[in-house]
Design a protein around this ligand. Structure first.
Ligand code: NAP
Length: 291
């Protein structure tokens, strides 16, 4: 079977192309560029890698950005102080907090202190609450809060390639609050019947054998094998991993899975660029609200 390749670069480029004009319009009212405050945990591999990409993308788009380093042993009260300070600073339009945070900051109550108007990755208690109160596609689209970017990127990628989750059995592998849980909820709003699988799921292959749509966000290199998939399944790979040879790859054994899938997203070039574009778009929306 020759699968449809769910590439994300074209969609990402289109989203990013639309942003400079929006920035210029809001900038003429505010007299300044949009400003992102990105919290950074130096030494954390994911935080280091994502921050670099985000800062570069901001610069290319005309968004000012500054990083706020936190130490590995930052106390909850110091972290909350930082979130509050960024929330009250008028010139800061958007706040981005890497996840997972250091262990001592894992209390969910921390997210009550992230200003929802600046919460461009939908991580605040209010943002999450608004998302989980939605039940229909129209409610998801209605706005008023920011979507978690990676989960929303998956939905936009599917939509871009004409894949409607409605009526399908879908599996989301991974239940993080960053990707898996919000995505499972979004798919259910789009009328898919969703199984949210995780490390304690008894038989993942059996679960997947009944699923026409599979999204993997597990974080294990080439872990989803072709024989775990139902023939003709649509497969979206969120994972960004490096294998034992240091090669960048997704969660799905892509070369084998493309023989059985009807559509599959590549890594790199699938969900990743769309996530970054959604993030930039949310920064611009937050800036427009400030203006
Ligand atoms: P995470 O917080 O580490 O969550 C991983 C999830 O996978 C957990 O729910 C875990 O289950 C589950 N899991 C682990 N081993 C499993 C197994 N053997 N079988 C079934 N489930 C298993 O990771 P995350 O932040 O969601 O990120 C997941 C992946 O997406 C990573 O590779 C990350 O780099 C990537 N990512 C990509 C983008 C992008 O833009 N492309 C954005 C964000 C993240 P438990 O809950 O039971 O532990």
């Amino acid at each position: 079977m020759i699968p449809k390749i769910l590439e994300g670069k074209t969609l990402a480029a289109e989203i990013r192309c639309s942003l400079p004009a929006r920035i210029a319009a809001a900038q003429s009212r505010l007299g300044r560029k949009p400003l992102l405050a990105a919290v950074h945990c130096p030494g954390d591999y994911a935080s280091d890698v994502y921050l670099k990409k985000e800062l570069k993308a901001c610069e290319k788009t005309g968004i000012a950005a500054r990083a706020h380093e936190i130490a590995k042993d930052t106390t909850p009260s110091d972290f909350i102080k930082l979130l509050r300070q960024l929330g009250s600073e008028k010139s800061v339009d958007a706040i981005l907090v890497p996840r997972p945070l250091p262990r001592q900051l894992s209390d969910a109550a921390i997210w009550e202190h992230l200003d929802p108007k600046k919460d461009i990755d939908g991580a605040s208690v209010s943002g999450m609450g608004r998302l989980f109160l939605c039940k229909t596609p129209a409610e998801l689209e209605a706005g008023g809060f920011f979507m978690p970017c990676t989960a929303w990127a998956v939905i936009r990628l599917l939509r871009r390639h004409g894949i409607n989750p409605s009526g399908r059995n879908a599996a989301v592998l991974g239940r993080s609050s960053t990707v898996g849980r919000p995505l499972a909820h979004m798919l259910s709003c789009l009328d898919a019947t969703v199984t949210l699988a995780h490390s304690k799921t008894a038989d993942i292959a059996k679960t997947l054998s009944g699923c026409e749509l599979v999204v993997s966000a597990v974080g294990k290199a080439r872990w989803v094998k072709a024989d775990m998939l139902r023939p003709g399944a649509v497969v979206v790979d969120v994972g960004t991993n490096s294998d034992e040879n240091g090669v960048f790859c997704g969660d799905v054994d892509y070369d084998a899975a493309r023989e059985t899938a009807s559509a599959i997203s590549p890594v790199p070039g699938g969900v990743g660029p769309v996530t970054l574009a959604c993030l930039l778009e949310n920064i611009v929306s937050a800036f427009e609200k400030s203006a």
